[in-house]
Design a protein around this ligand. Structure first.
Ligand SMILES: Nc1ncnc2c1ncn2[C@@H]1O[C@H](COP(=O)(O)OP(=O)(O)OP(=O)(O)O)[C@@H](O)[C@H]1O
Ligand SMILES: [Mg+2]
Length: 238
């Protein structure tokens, strides 16, 4: 089984401040893996270090067996990795179409058009809003746009930070369903979620972080059915 991502002993944070204290984690090709954990435990920081947006200190990050530890974001994008941040993930003063165009700025126009068509197929709600400014979108539509924009460059590995936070149950379901569906297109997914139950229900495996470390990992089914973990984490945000 090809490992899309293999992380060993990753330490990192913001400049000299260390937040991640030795993370071990992997994602196999075609897998959907969810990270859960309490507020402030380093979930977002982990994705940011992986994507070159926070400071790498030590440890190993392999992407498809290539050592990419501490690489810059543009080089990671060239390798087919995309990232959807937790906040500020669209340009509010641009239209939906312009946001998508920004995601495909390096693409030839044919590829850009097919990327926009794919976004419309995936999220029909967005198609209706194509000419509207992103600032006018609902929270759910905004997440759909952020995900679509990340997909425009045709990535093979997608990092997502809380794509369903603060959304209505309808949007939560729709967005997680669509993310799950990406696997059939050969895209592997690493997702951070507060809606732990909902996300684990669609995941292959899960990791629980606490204070910048992995404190538990198992199949998603086992995590969901473990009464101890259930009490502590899965009831936290729902
Ligand atoms: N830009 C930053 N500079 C310095 N410290 C930061 C920065 N961003 C986050 N931190 C700190 O890093 C720690 C981990 O934050 P992080 O955002 O990774 O947590 P999280 O697990 O994603 O939390 P949440 O569930 O609330 O999103 C926190 O103590 C936070 O205050
Ligand atoms: Mg976070």
């Amino acid at each position: 089984m090809n490992r899309v991502l293999e992380v060993r002993g990753l330490e990192g944070g913001y400049s000299s401040v260390q937040i991640l204290n030795g993370i071990d984690l992997y994602v196999n090709e075609g897998e959907f893996v969810t990270i859960i954990g309490p507020n402030g435990c380093g979930k977002s920081t982990f994705l940011k270090v992986l994507f070159g947006l926070a400071t790498y200190h030590d440890g190993t990050v392999l992407h498809n067996s290539t050592n990419v530890s501490g690489w810059r974001t543009d080089r990671l994008v060239d390798r087919g990795i995309a990232y959807v941040p937790q906040v500020d993930n669209v340009f509010p003063s641009l239209s939906v179409r312009e946001n998508l165009q920004m995601g495909g700025i390096q693409l030839k126009s044919k590829k850009l058009t097919s990327g926009i068509e794919r976004a419309c197929l995936m999220f029909p709600d967005l198609e209706l809003r194509m000419s509207d400014l992103a600032v006018s979108l609902s929270g759910g539509e905004r997440q759909m746009l952020a995900i679509s924009r990340a997909l425009i460059s045709n990535p093979k590995f997608l990092l997502l930070d809380e794509p369903t936070a603060a959304l209505s149950p309808r949007y939560q379901q729709q967005i997680l369903e669509n993310i799950d569906g990406l696997r059939s297109e050969g895209i592997s997914v690493l997702l951070v979620e507060q809606n732990a139950r909902l996300s684990l229900a669609r995941s292959d495996r899960g990791y629980i972080f606490s204070a910048g470390k992995v404190v538990h990992t198992d199949s998603a089914n086992n995590i969901l059915s473990d009464p101890k973990i259930g009490e502590y984490f899965l009831g936290l945000h729902q």
